[in-house]
Design a protein around this ligand. Sequence first.
Ligand SMILES: Cc1ncc(COP(=O)(O)O)c(C=O)c1O
Length: 410
Amino acid sequence: MIATRDDCLALDTRDSIAHLRDRFVLPAGINYLDGNSLGLLPKSVAPRLKQAIEHEWAQGLIRSWNDAGWYRAPQRVGAKIAKLIGAGAANVIVTDSTSVDLFKVLAAALRLHPGRSKILALNGDFPTDAYIAGGVARFSGARFVRVDANDLIAAIDDDVAIVSLTHVNYKSGLVHDLRALTQAAQAKGALIVWDLSHSTGIMPLSLEADGADFAVGCGYKYLNGGPGAPAYVFVAERHQEKFDHPLNGWLGHADPFAFAGDFAPAQGMDKLLTGTPPILSLLALDAALDAFDGVDMHTVRAKVESLTQTFVELAEERLLRHGFDLISPRAAKMRGGQVSLAHPEGYAIMQALIARGLIGDYRAPDIVRFGFAPLYTRHIDVFDAVAVIDDVMTARAWDTPQFKARKAVT
Ligand SMILES: Cc1ncc(COP(=O)(O)O)c(C=O)c1O
């Protein structure tokens, strides 16, 4: 049981990865619990971008596609991410956004399974995943079906081509059993697609050992790649040869600089490329990933559980009495890197917290969400956050028109 700030300090003193915090730029006066939306800036990024802008772009110009290694950056950065998700270096590529990559994967997976016509997903997963699946279904004559988690296995009938799941739910932080669900889907003859946006960087993942077919995920949350960082996509080697998606751009061609009139797909993951990548964002992500150098992901996962458990215990002691409901799982092993509380005044409460320097985020209709990015968050940050929330609630500091006015991005 965590009772005092000194207890938290003691946990931080014993934290064997506490030194990783020094790899990040820490904004003064801010307790940042939003690394699950946009990670902190790693110190390695600014020098890399300075080099890219002042030398590779300003001086090297077009030559830098060859000379500075820009051309192979999607594959090189993909290989770095592959290590974090338990995939072979050649089976991951960085390109486009999670939404676009999911479109490519779902469209291609349907073609791998011509006898079946349904894409199955869960109610309550991140909206873009459902919108994209709905779009793929609409344009391909397939059907998109959503069910509650308890009904998932039963719903995998012999017309389900693809089960498309988010590994960690963006609202509750609930973690699904990736291996068990992969096996369950495949046992019923379906392919499985995982959205790892809220998993990669906070837990060990073993996509290939677990037999996953496909995965996508974003670069700007726990991977700290910066706003709009490109996404990554994994295709199991066994599917790559027949993988055929509709966004064939010139960089996915077997020989882009032949400028051939007709499309011929590149081998392996290169065929997932479409157009010219955003090189500066890609290089920022490349440098950001160095924050994971030498880091054992099992230690990272243990820290995530300790941080979220500390928050849950303190919240039960000091916050639930203010009318919050804990909507994240009570068991640490079932949670990703976030803890979410529901409160009817969630929006205004989060604005009041941000005004006090505690940054989390709000998800409609009533959720305040706190992310505990394990590379830089300390137990004392968790303690201090709970104290600020307790204060804001006790003083009803959220109850002003200023905090109730909605901004465009929540
Ligand atoms: C699970 C999940 N998938 C996808 C996205 C976003 O996709 P994109 O990077 O295409 O905006 C998010 C954003 O928060 C997310 O939580």
